[in-house]
Design a binder for this molecule. Structure first.
Ligand code: KIV
Length: 267
Protein backbone atom coordinates (compact mmCIF):
# COMPACT_ATOMS: atom_id res chain seq x y z
CA UNK A 1 0.00 0.00 0.00
CA UNK A 2 1.25 3.48 -0.91
CA UNK A 3 2.01 5.74 2.00
CA UNK A 4 1.42 8.97 0.07
CA UNK A 5 -1.14 10.99 2.01
CA UNK A 6 -4.50 11.66 0.35
CA UNK A 7 -4.78 15.44 0.00
CA UNK A 8 -7.58 17.87 -0.73
CA UNK A 9 -6.44 17.96 -4.37
CA UNK A 10 -6.48 14.12 -4.58
CA UNK A 11 -10.15 14.36 -3.61
CA UNK A 12 -10.86 16.98 -6.29
CA UNK A 13 -9.21 14.68 -8.86
CA UNK A 14 -11.35 11.77 -7.64
CA UNK A 15 -14.52 13.81 -8.13
CA UNK A 16 -13.44 14.90 -11.61
CA UNK A 17 -12.61 11.32 -12.57
CA UNK A 18 -15.81 9.90 -11.08
CA UNK A 19 -13.96 7.76 -8.51
CA UNK A 20 -16.09 7.38 -5.37
CA UNK A 21 -14.54 8.47 -2.06
CA UNK A 22 -14.79 6.04 0.90
CA UNK A 23 -14.82 7.65 4.35
CA UNK A 24 -15.29 6.23 7.87
CA UNK A 25 -14.89 7.58 11.39
CA UNK A 26 -12.26 6.60 13.96
CA UNK A 27 -11.41 7.70 17.47
CA UNK A 28 -8.47 5.42 18.30
CA UNK A 29 -5.08 4.21 17.07
CA UNK A 30 -5.98 0.61 16.18
CA UNK A 31 -9.13 1.42 14.24
CA UNK A 32 -7.19 4.06 12.31
CA UNK A 33 -4.49 1.50 11.53
CA UNK A 34 -7.00 -1.07 10.27
CA UNK A 35 -8.79 1.56 8.17
CA UNK A 36 -5.49 2.64 6.63
CA UNK A 37 -4.54 -0.98 5.85
CA UNK A 38 -7.99 -1.53 4.29
CA UNK A 39 -7.48 1.47 1.98
CA UNK A 40 -9.88 4.10 3.31
CA UNK A 41 -9.52 7.56 1.68
CA UNK A 42 -10.45 9.81 4.61
CA UNK A 43 -10.97 9.38 8.35
CA UNK A 44 -13.22 11.76 10.24
CA UNK A 45 -12.50 11.92 13.95
CA UNK A 46 -16.17 12.68 14.48
CA UNK A 47 -17.88 14.29 17.42
CA UNK A 48 -20.08 11.17 17.24
CA UNK A 49 -17.42 9.92 19.69
CA UNK A 50 -19.60 11.63 22.29
CA UNK A 51 -22.42 9.13 21.62
CA UNK A 52 -20.87 5.89 20.39
CA UNK A 53 -17.73 5.96 22.55
CA UNK A 54 -18.56 8.06 25.61
CA UNK A 55 -22.25 7.15 25.95
CA UNK A 56 -23.78 10.65 25.83
CA UNK A 57 -27.21 11.12 24.27
CA UNK A 58 -26.02 13.80 21.83
CA UNK A 59 -22.80 15.09 20.29
CA UNK A 60 -22.96 18.31 22.35
CA UNK A 61 -20.97 17.36 25.48
CA UNK A 62 -17.64 16.45 23.84
CA UNK A 63 -14.93 19.06 24.42
CA UNK A 64 -11.99 20.40 22.39
CA UNK A 65 -9.48 18.63 24.64
CA UNK A 66 -11.30 15.31 24.31
CA UNK A 67 -11.48 15.70 20.51
CA UNK A 68 -7.76 16.45 20.41
CA UNK A 69 -6.98 13.35 22.50
CA UNK A 70 -8.82 11.15 19.98
CA UNK A 71 -7.36 12.94 16.95
CA UNK A 72 -3.81 12.38 18.25
CA UNK A 73 -4.51 8.66 18.70
CA UNK A 74 -5.91 8.39 15.15
CA UNK A 75 -3.04 10.29 13.58
CA UNK A 76 -0.55 7.94 15.25
CA UNK A 77 -2.34 5.02 13.54
CA UNK A 78 -2.41 6.00 9.87
CA UNK A 79 -0.33 7.47 7.08
CA UNK A 80 -2.41 7.48 3.89
CA UNK A 81 -5.95 8.71 4.66
CA UNK A 82 -6.68 12.40 5.05
CA UNK A 83 -7.52 12.96 8.72
CA UNK A 84 -10.29 15.41 9.55
CA UNK A 85 -10.81 16.73 13.07
CA UNK A 86 -14.46 17.44 13.81
CA UNK A 87 -14.91 20.82 15.51
CA UNK A 88 -16.99 20.23 18.67
CA UNK A 89 -19.97 22.30 19.77
CA UNK A 90 -18.99 25.85 20.83
CA UNK A 91 -15.44 25.55 19.50
CA UNK A 92 -16.29 27.67 16.39
CA UNK A 93 -19.83 29.10 16.71
CA UNK A 94 -18.80 31.72 19.28
CA UNK A 95 -16.51 33.89 17.13
CA UNK A 96 -14.04 33.74 14.24
CA UNK A 97 -11.05 33.91 16.61
CA UNK A 98 -12.22 30.77 18.43
CA UNK A 99 -12.78 29.04 15.10
CA UNK A 100 -9.26 29.86 13.87
CA UNK A 101 -7.54 28.95 17.14
CA UNK A 102 -9.44 25.69 17.67
CA UNK A 103 -9.20 24.52 14.05
CA UNK A 104 -5.48 25.31 14.15
CA UNK A 105 -5.12 23.13 17.26
CA UNK A 106 -6.43 20.11 15.31
CA UNK A 107 -3.56 20.56 12.84
CA UNK A 108 -0.84 21.68 15.25
CA UNK A 109 -1.55 19.34 18.21
CA UNK A 110 -3.85 16.66 16.78
CA UNK A 111 -1.94 15.80 13.61
CA UNK A 112 -5.04 16.26 11.42
CA UNK A 113 -4.78 17.74 7.93
CA UNK A 114 -8.23 19.38 7.92
CA UNK A 115 -11.24 20.19 10.09
CA UNK A 116 -14.99 19.84 9.66
CA UNK A 117 -17.64 22.19 10.97
CA UNK A 118 -21.42 22.19 10.79
CA UNK A 119 -23.69 24.82 9.27
CA UNK A 120 -24.82 26.47 6.05
CA UNK A 121 -24.83 30.08 4.83
CA UNK A 122 -24.56 31.39 8.40
CA UNK A 123 -21.10 29.78 8.76
CA UNK A 124 -19.70 31.01 5.41
CA UNK A 125 -17.81 33.99 6.84
CA UNK A 126 -16.20 31.87 9.58
CA UNK A 127 -15.22 29.20 7.06
CA UNK A 128 -13.60 31.67 4.66
CA UNK A 129 -11.60 33.24 7.50
CA UNK A 130 -10.34 29.81 8.65
CA UNK A 131 -9.49 28.74 5.09
CA UNK A 132 -7.64 32.06 4.52
CA UNK A 133 -5.35 31.04 7.42
CA UNK A 134 -4.36 27.90 5.50
CA UNK A 135 -6.61 25.43 7.32
CA UNK A 136 -8.66 23.19 4.99
CA UNK A 137 -12.34 23.04 6.01
CA UNK A 138 -14.96 20.44 5.22
CA UNK A 139 -18.56 21.70 5.44
CA UNK A 140 -21.48 19.74 6.87
CA UNK A 141 -25.10 20.52 5.97
CA UNK A 142 -28.48 18.80 6.20
CA UNK A 143 -29.02 17.09 9.53
CA UNK A 144 -26.32 18.75 11.60
CA UNK A 145 -26.36 16.87 14.92
CA UNK A 146 -25.07 19.84 16.98
CA UNK A 147 -28.44 21.52 16.18
CA UNK A 148 -30.46 18.53 17.33
CA UNK A 149 -32.45 20.57 19.86
CA UNK A 150 -33.40 23.10 17.17
CA UNK A 151 -34.51 20.33 14.79
CA UNK A 152 -36.36 18.47 17.57
CA UNK A 153 -34.95 15.06 16.59
CA UNK A 154 -32.83 13.25 14.02
CA UNK A 155 -35.22 14.13 11.16
CA UNK A 156 -34.67 14.12 7.39
CA UNK A 157 -33.81 17.67 6.25
CA UNK A 158 -34.48 19.37 2.92
CA UNK A 159 -37.85 17.79 2.27
CA UNK A 160 -39.75 21.08 1.92
CA UNK A 161 -39.23 23.55 -0.93
CA UNK A 162 -37.80 26.17 1.47
CA UNK A 163 -35.37 23.89 3.26
CA UNK A 164 -34.22 22.30 -0.03
CA UNK A 165 -33.50 25.81 -1.38
CA UNK A 166 -31.65 26.72 1.82
CA UNK A 167 -29.46 23.61 1.52
CA UNK A 168 -28.75 24.13 -2.19
CA UNK A 169 -27.78 27.78 -1.68
CA UNK A 170 -25.77 26.84 1.45
CA UNK A 171 -23.79 24.29 -0.58
CA UNK A 172 -22.94 26.91 -3.21
CA UNK A 173 -22.01 29.52 -0.60
CA UNK A 174 -19.83 27.03 1.30
CA UNK A 175 -18.04 26.25 -1.96
CA UNK A 176 -17.41 29.98 -2.49
CA UNK A 177 -16.21 30.25 1.12
CA UNK A 178 -13.52 27.69 0.25
CA UNK A 179 -14.54 24.30 1.65
CA UNK A 180 -12.63 21.42 0.03
CA UNK A 181 -15.55 19.02 0.50
CA UNK A 182 -18.87 18.84 2.30
CA UNK A 183 -20.87 16.24 4.20
CA UNK A 184 -24.55 15.97 3.23
CA UNK A 185 -26.41 14.28 6.08
CA UNK A 186 -29.89 12.74 5.96
CA UNK A 187 -31.36 14.57 2.98
CA UNK A 188 -33.39 13.21 0.04
CA UNK A 189 -31.28 11.48 -2.63
CA UNK A 190 -32.59 13.75 -5.42
CA UNK A 191 -31.51 16.87 -3.50
CA UNK A 192 -28.07 15.36 -2.83
CA UNK A 193 -27.74 14.70 -6.56
CA UNK A 194 -28.67 18.32 -7.37
CA UNK A 195 -26.13 19.64 -4.84
CA UNK A 196 -23.43 17.23 -6.06
CA UNK A 197 -23.92 18.46 -9.63
CA UNK A 198 -24.03 22.12 -8.57
CA UNK A 199 -20.70 22.24 -6.72
CA UNK A 200 -17.17 21.43 -7.91
CA UNK A 201 -16.00 20.07 -4.53
CA UNK A 202 -16.73 16.46 -3.50
CA UNK A 203 -19.92 15.77 -1.55
CA UNK A 204 -19.76 13.00 1.05
CA UNK A 205 -23.16 11.55 1.90
CA UNK A 206 -24.50 9.94 5.04
CA UNK A 207 -28.14 9.02 4.56
CA UNK A 208 -28.11 11.10 1.35
CA UNK A 209 -28.36 8.41 -1.35
CA UNK A 210 -26.01 7.07 -3.97
CA UNK A 211 -25.39 10.19 -6.07
CA UNK A 212 -22.87 11.83 -3.70
CA UNK A 213 -19.19 11.77 -4.64
CA UNK A 214 -18.44 9.63 -1.59
CA UNK A 215 -20.00 8.03 1.48
CA UNK A 216 -19.28 8.14 5.19
CA UNK A 217 -20.60 6.00 8.04
CA UNK A 218 -19.83 5.92 11.74
CA UNK A 219 -17.53 2.89 12.09
CA UNK A 220 -19.26 1.62 15.25
CA UNK A 221 -22.55 1.61 13.30
CA UNK A 222 -21.26 -0.26 10.25
CA UNK A 223 -19.45 -2.80 12.43
CA UNK A 224 -22.62 -3.40 14.45
CA UNK A 225 -20.91 -2.43 17.72
CA UNK A 226 -23.29 0.45 18.46
CA UNK A 227 -26.52 -1.50 18.91
CA UNK A 228 -28.76 1.02 20.71
CA UNK A 229 -30.47 2.14 17.48
CA UNK A 230 -29.93 1.69 13.74
CA UNK A 231 -30.88 4.49 11.34
CA UNK A 232 -32.30 3.28 7.99
CA UNK A 233 -29.19 4.43 6.10
CA UNK A 234 -26.77 2.30 8.15
CA UNK A 235 -25.66 -0.92 6.50
CA UNK A 236 -24.07 -3.31 9.00
CA UNK A 237 -21.02 -5.08 7.58
CA UNK A 238 -20.46 -7.10 10.76
CA UNK A 239 -22.21 -7.91 14.01
CA UNK A 240 -19.40 -7.21 16.42
CA UNK A 241 -21.70 -6.52 19.37
CA UNK A 242 -22.81 -10.16 19.29
CA UNK A 243 -19.25 -11.44 18.66
CA UNK A 244 -17.93 -9.37 21.57
CA UNK A 245 -20.65 -10.52 23.97
CA UNK A 246 -20.09 -14.16 22.97
CA UNK A 247 -16.32 -13.82 23.55
CA UNK A 248 -16.88 -12.14 26.94
CA UNK A 249 -19.28 -14.93 27.99
CA UNK A 250 -16.83 -17.64 26.93
CA UNK A 251 -14.00 -15.98 28.86
CA UNK A 252 -16.14 -15.67 31.99
CA UNK A 253 -17.13 -19.35 31.70
CA UNK A 254 -13.47 -20.40 31.26
CA UNK A 255 -12.28 -18.32 34.22
CA UNK A 256 -15.02 -19.54 36.51
CA UNK A 257 -14.60 -23.16 35.38
CA UNK A 258 -10.80 -23.07 35.68
CA UNK A 259 -10.29 -23.69 31.92
CA UNK A 260 -8.29 -20.48 31.57
CA UNK A 261 -5.33 -20.17 31.82
CA UNK A 262 -4.01 -23.52 30.62
CA UNK A 263 -0.51 -24.81 31.31
CA UNK A 264 0.71 -23.42 27.94
CA UNK A 265 -0.59 -20.02 28.92
CA UNK A 266 1.26 -20.11 32.24
CA UNK A 267 4.95 -19.46 33.17
O1 KIV B 1 -19.46 13.02 13.98
C1 KIV B 1 -19.40 12.29 12.98
O2 KIV B 1 -19.07 11.11 13.06
C2 KIV B 1 -19.72 12.89 11.69
C3 KIV B 1 -19.63 12.05 10.46
C4 KIV B 1 -20.53 10.89 10.43
C5 KIV B 1 -19.82 12.86 9.24
O3 KIV B 1 -20.02 14.03 11.64
Amino acid sequence: MTETRVTTSTLMDMKREGEKIAVLTAYDFLTARFLDEAGIDMIIVGDSVSMVFAGHETTLPVTMDEMLYHTKAVSRGCRRPLIIGDMPFLSYQTCVEDAIRNSGRFLQEGGAQAVKLEGGTEMADTISRVVERGIPVMGHIGLTPQSIHKFGGYKVQGNTEDSAQYLLSSAKILEQAGVFSMVLEKIPAHLAREITQAVSVPTIGIGAGVHCDGQVLVTQDMLGIFDLFQPKFVRRYADLAESMKAAFQEYIKDVKGGAYPSEEESY
